[in-house]
Design a protein around this ligand. Structure first.
Ligand SMILES: Cc1cc2nc3c(=O)[nH]c(=O)nc-3n(C[C@H](O)[C@H](O)[C@H](O)COP(=O)(O)OP(=O)(O)OC[C@H]3O[C@@H](n4cnc5c(N)ncnc54)[C@H](O)[C@@H]3O)c2cc1C
Length: 423
């Protein structure tokens, strides 16, 4: 049995903690909290098995001037952050080359294709199988042009094994009568499903962890005590020092800062997204629906209807621009006519994004007892349970079912980078 400290109690950190605990380790989670209110609470709640095609798209650079001047566009870039983000953004856009997009999608598929089974195992373990609704996701398109913009991504996803059916907008309305009848096209993403409440999921993970003897400390990790290539103790805001045999860095977007303290460079930015929870929506929506030209998805959570999405390139500490959340709610009327939007709870989350859209999972050659589990971008909820399983395998020293070499933190480390790994 090892003493293991997990920095970060979001969906990824809590999933790692539970898996490590199940393997017999003595696990402590450190998170300034409130638990579950990192990126996870602003999510669309999807187990997004087919979300494997990277966000970086050909021709993206040409669109940047538009993002700078329109803060309400589905994608936007804060002018104040533009210069600082340039190196990350350049690497990000280089990954829109077709050969790289294909390689990234194939790598992500090795993880997402395992995610539903891993997630169901996790839900059984915490006694909450009802948190998963196995219903496909519907994407809606106003016209031929909007549908065509998804053509390449859908083609690649299909090639790699995702099941996507094209239907008419009327068929989508017949499937789920809450959806407006006048979309021209729709697609059904069969591999996807959604959770009824992502915050409740993380709370249940934490409750189970605590009931089984785990420890959660409401502090931030501020530093590490090292000897040679080992972390001997984790230091917290209040000066608490936690002796440890292994450390898992799962602090979402803050993992980059913790990596820097450990002298492990991570290329990661927090891509802001917004969600508005509508308490009394007057909608009977049954599926998660995505409206790509509006830049959002709508998920019927048990606690209300979540209208979530948009991507904003801004700094780690940038304040939310709530206009972006409000504009989504206005646009949601297009999808759900008669939507009542009076009761609103606004949320913001920073998706921890690497320039190659791959998460960061694995050990660093610089330190013998540190594992990174971060950088999940728009797939953290999807890949939480899978990441937990893989991290537990790494600690046990057994190979994972998947090849995880492409997710190694050393791909960002000039001193240790495998030349075969492209960013
Ligand atoms: C609008 C939106 C929609 C999304 N939709 C989906 C979706 O449908 N499906 C999906 O799979 N994903 C989705 N995502 C992405 C998903 O939410 C993230 O990938 C995921 O939440 C990342 O989880 P995490 O545990 O790595 O990070 P977080 O949830 O951000 O958790 C990190 C934790 O680390 C803690 N922390 C920070 N600093 C420290 C420190 N110094 N010491 C210790 N702890 C620290 C924080 O308090 C936080 O609790 C969406 C995100 C957004 C914003």
């Amino acid at each position: 049995m090892k003493k293991i400290t997990v920095a970060g109690g979001g969906v990824v950190g809590m999933s790692c903690a539970l898996s490590l605990q199940a393997a017999g380790h003595d696990v402590t989670v450190i998170d300034p909290g409130p638990i579950g209110e990192g990126a996870s609470w602003a999510s669309c709640g999807c187990i997004a098995v087919g979300e494997i095609v990277p966000l970086s798209q050909p021709g993206m650079l040409m669109k940047v001037p538009g993002w700078l001047i329109n803060p309400k566009a589905p994608l936007s870039l804060r002018p104040s952050s533009a210069l600082r983000l340039l190196p990350w953004f350049t690497r990000f856009t280089l990954n829109s080359l077709p050969s790289r997009m294909r390689a990234i999608a194939a790598d992500l598929a090795t993880l997402t294709f395992a995610s539903t089974a891993d997630f169901k195992t996790q839900l059984q373990d915490i006694g909450a199988p009802d948190l998963l609704i196995e219903r496909p996701v519907i994407k809606l398109f106003d016209n031929d042009h909007d549908k065509a913009t998804m053509g390449a991504a859908f083609g690649l996803a299909r090639e790699l094994g995702c099941k996507i059916d094209d239907i008419s907008g009327q068929d989508a309305h017949d499937m789920d009568p809450a959806i407006a009848p006048n979309f021209q096209h729709a697609s059904i993403l069969h591999d996807w499903s959604f959770v009824t409440d992502p915050v409740l999921l993380i709370q249940k993970l934490q409750q189970t962890f605590l009931q089984r003897g785990g420890r959660c400390i409401s502090q931030a990790v501020t530093n590490f005590k090292r000897e040679d290539q080992r972390v001997m103790a984790v230091l917290c805001t209040d000066g608490t020092e936690i002796q440890t045999d292994e450390v898992v860095i799962a602090a979402g977007v803050a993992s980059k800062r913790l990596g820097k303290i450990l002298n492990v460079p991570l290329q990661m930015e927090g891509l802001m997204g917004y969600a508005t929870l509508l308490g009394d929506s007057n909608s009977d929506l049954k599926h998660t629906v995505f409206y790509p030209s509006g830049g959002f998805g709508i998920t019927p959570y048990s606690c209300g209807l979540a209208v979530a999405g948009t991507i904003e390139f801004a700094g780690e500490n940038a304040a939310p621009d709530w206009r972006r959340a409000d504009v989504l709610v206005e646009r949601a009327q297009r999808v759900l006519p008669g939507l009542c939007t009076d009761q609103r709870e606004r949320r913001m989350g920073r998706r921890p994004f690497t320039p190659d859209t791959r998460p960061v999972i694995g050990r660093t050659p610089r330190l013998k007892n540190v594992i990174f589990a971060t950088g999940h971008g728009q797939l953290g909820l999807t890949l939480g349970a899978t990441t937990g399983r893989i991290v537990s395998d790494i600690v046990a020293g057994v190979p994972s079912e998947e090849d995880i070499s492409m997710f190694s933190p050393s791909r960002f480390d000039p001193a240790h980078r495998d030349p075969a790994l492209r960013l």
